[in-house]
Structure formats: C-alpha cells, structure tokens
Ligand binder design. Structure first.
Ligand code: KG4
Ligand code: ZN
Length: 338
C-alpha cells in the first residue's frame, strides 16, 4: 500500500552524509528541533576529503548523531513520521551510509522514506527561516558546485548558469593548499583576509560570455604569482599572506557577483537567495545583501548553521516532497552527479 502525503506538522528525521559531514536533524511541526553535525577532522592533514576515510567516519558517526538529535529534540525514534535522506549528488561511499541507514530505519519503523537532492536541500535551507517571495534567483556556492538557479516555487528549479570547471569552494580550498594553509580553505582564507589589503594584487576574471563561471584560471594565476614572488623574496608569503588572501577572496567574490548582476538583467527576480558552504563567507554575505538592496528586492541568506552541509535542510526539503507523497523506493540507489 502506498503511503499518504505528509501533513505540514509532521515530524521528519533528516539525514545527510554526502561528503564529510555526518548530520541528523528533526523537523517538528515546521520548526527545526535539533540539527546535529559531526565533522571529520581526519581529512585535514590530506588537504581535501579522502572518500574511503569519509565513508568509514560516517559509519561510526551516524547512529550516535541520530541518537543525539533525538535526545536534543526530546523525542524517541518511534515518534517520527518520515525519514528524509540525501540521495545525491555526493561521494558514493558516503551517500551509501546515509541512504542504507535511512532504508533500515524505514523498514524497521514502517515509516516512509524520502530521497532528497542535496542541491535542492541547500535552497530549502532558506525556507527554514524565511517566507520566500518567488521567483527567486539563487546563487548556490559549495565545495562541489557553483550554480545560478531560477526558482519558481519550492522544488521548481531551473539551472541558468554553472561553473565549467572548478567550483568556487574548490577555488578557496585549492588556493589555501597552494598557500600551505589548512582544509577547508574557505574559512582559512576568510580569516586571513580580515587584516589584508584586497587591492594588493589584481587576479584576472575569467571571461565567459554566458552566465557560466570558471575558476580554474584564477587558481593557476595565484600559483604563478606566488612562485614568482617567492623567487624574488623567500619571505614574501610570510610577510604578505593576509594581503594575498584578501586579494584572492575579493577576486572570487567579484566573479560571483558579476554573474548575478548579469542574470538580474535577464531574469525578473522578485528576490535573490544565497546558499551552500561558501555562503558562510562574511564578505560575500554583505556584498550579496547590498546587491539586493540596490535592486530593492528581498535577499535571503541562511544562518551560519544552515550554510555548510547539515541535515536540517534535508528534513526541510523532505517536507515539501513528502507533502506531495514523493517517496523513495527501497530499490532506489544513491547518485553521484547533479
Ligand atoms: O556546502 P558545503 O558544506 O559542502 C558541499 O556540498 O560541497 O561546502 C563546503 C565548501 C568548502 O569548499 C569550504 O571551503 C567552503 O564551503 N566554505 C567557505 C567558508 N566556509 C566554508 N568558503 C568561503 N568562506 C567561508 N567562510
Ligand atoms: Zn553541500
């Protein structure tokens, strides 16, 4: 027998394990009652996510994280109405841990299972805190994706531009690695940028005619700039780290905003939204909000806890799917590409 649609006040357990964060959340009566995330420090020394290590860490984190979420919300597993889980895109081994845990719970508890697209969930992060006015032009910026999305309603999305090579989060991560700094690179570069001069060095914008982005060139120009400068002065990076970070960060943000401005000329947006891990960047947040003010339309940006990967956004996206009875079958597989 097929499951009926969920009601707006359902209790949904959200599970996220697409990359290197294991997260569980509870959405109860339209409010996030718990959002618990275990990050994986094990990748730090490699300067990026090691897929096999990520799968193993998810395996050991997932049950304690779900239990902590239930304890925080003050409910038992038997009180949930449905389970929403990230189905993709992401790392296959990581997704399998979340999807199979969710399938096991669904079978054992006889509760419906909802497969959530991770990118749609980043957009749904906005619905946790805002009554969004549509149509909304979205800038989705994460470690694996950089996309401009035209959103007409929750779940009704079309892609209007995307990166043709690296994601902007990757440009932060690789830039940090080039400068001998830690992973994830975004927070490191943002931290150093606070005391730097963003006019110190001009990094070139890759020219794309469409609304697409390209970030591989700027990363290479950072590498060559540092190699040349260090040859002249071996202490160059030690002396100018903050200035280089600030200039690099500013160039990346300018490249993002240039495309958003261009898209706003083509699309009659009633609002703009920013989401994904890179939306935790303070300079990007403030410049994006200024853009909304200039266009006199509302700007939506998630609170910090809903920017990087989290299960609250999975539960929220799951609610919309469950309300339409869009459930996942037991035979459904994770998918790795958007
Ligand atoms: O959405 P997310 O948590 O995972 C993916 O779905 O990829 O995004 C992670 C990305 C990483 O590249 C990380 O460096 C970046 O978000 N990030 C930041 C900041 N915090 C996280 N980038 C710039 N500034 C930040 N403050
Ligand atoms: Zn993400």
């Amino acid at each position: 027998m097929s499951n009926p649609p969920l009601s707006a006040n359902s209790t949904i357990l959200g599970i996220e394990s697409s990359c290197d964060d294991t997260s569980a959340a509870l959405l109860i009566n339209g409010k996030i009652a718990a959002n618990i995330t275990a990050s994986q420090d094990v990748h730090r020394k490699y300067g990026g996510v090691v897929p096999e290590l990520a799968s193993r860490a998810h395996q050991s984190h997932i049950i304690p994280v779900i239990q902590t979420a239930l304890d925080t919300a003050g409910i038992t597993i038997h009180q949930i109405d449905a389970i929403a889980v990230t189905q993709g895109p992401g790392l296959m081994g990581s997704l399998i841990v979340g999807v199979n845990t969710a399938k096991g719970l669904s079978l054992a508890l006889k509760k419906p299972l909802i497969g959530v697209n991770h990118l749609h969930a980043h957009i749904a992060a906005l619905y946790i805190e805002h009554d969004v006015v549509f149509p909304m032009l979205c800038l989705l910026v994460s470690g694996g994706h950089t996309q401009l999305i035209w959103a007409e309603a929750p779940g009704i999305y079309s892609l209007v531009g995307q990166t043709i090579d690296d994601a902007v989060g990757e440009a932060f991560d690789k830039g940090s690695k080039i400068m001998g700094m830690g992973y994830p690179g975004g927070p490191e570069i943002a931290h150093w940028s606070e005391t730097g001069n963003d006019q110190f060095q001009k990094f070139p914008d890759s020219q794309t005619d469409s609304l697409d982005f390209s970030f591989s060139g700027i990363k290479t120009s950072l590498l060559y700039f540092l190699q040349k400068s260090q040859q002249r002065d071996p202490e160059f990076l030690a002396t100018h780290r903050a200035d280089v970070c600030a200039s690099y960060q500013k160039a990346l943000i300018d490249m993002l905003l240039k495309r958003v401005k261009k898209a706003l000329k083509e699309f009659p947006a009633a609002s703009i939204g920013l989401m994904g891990g890179v939306s935790a960047n303070r300079l990007l947040r403030s410049e994006f909000a200024t853009l909304g003010q200039t266009h006199q339309i509302p700007t939506y940006i998630p609170s910090f806890e809903y920017c990087t990967d989290n299960a609250a956004m999975i539960a929220q996206a799951g609610l919309y799917l469950g309300q339409q009875a869009q459930y996942m079958s037991m035979g459904a597989l994770p998918y790795t590409r958007a």
